[in-house]
Write a new protein. Structure first.
Length: 153
């Protein structure tokens, strides 16, 4: 099944807008949390919004703008599995940053907070590996037809 480029562009634009709303929510949450933290600030909490903004909104907005154009026809679009791992990685990094910020504002640390960074990095790395090694369904069928043509009788 082949989707038109306008449908694909609208899908990526919707994902980019969802990431933008998520980053606004995280920024608002961080601002409210630090208002009630008695003038104690944490850079983890201040910049937690950057993960969904830079890691989510920016790439999906660029895919929505340039993914379907003829000039960038060589751009391979990510599959659903690759996008799923990428979304989980961005959310893990964002939650890890908020948790580290909460702990820092509270005045303590935890050795378990490093696993958020490791887990988020592994999920994003796995999504990039899947992006490089898998092909969308339309490319798979075209590739298999070119490699092993059916004999005609």
């Amino acid at each position: 099944m082949t989707l038109s480029t306008s449908v694909i562009n609208r899908c990526f634009l919707k994902i980019a807008l969802n990431y933008l709303l998520f980053s606004i929510f995280v920024a608002f949450f961080g601002a409210v949390y630090e208002v009630f933290s008695h003038s104690v600030y944490s850079y983890f909490m201040l910049y937690a919004f950057a993960f969904p903004l830079v890691g989510g909104t920016l790439p999906y907005f660029l895919l929505a703008m340039y993914g379907g154009s003829a000039r960038f026809a060589k751009i391979k679009l990510p599959t659903a599995l690759s996008r799923g791992f990428y979304h989980c990685g961005i959310v893990t990094l964002t939650v890890g940053s908020v948790i580290c910020g909460v702990l820092e504002i509270y005045g303590t640390t935890s050795y378990l907070s490093k696993y958020y960074w490791i887990g988020g990095g592994v999920l994003i790395l796995l999504s990039l590996i899947l992006y490089r090694t898998t092909f969308p369904a339309s490319q798979e069928t075209d590739q298999f037809q070119e490699e092993s043509p059916m004999p005609t009788e």
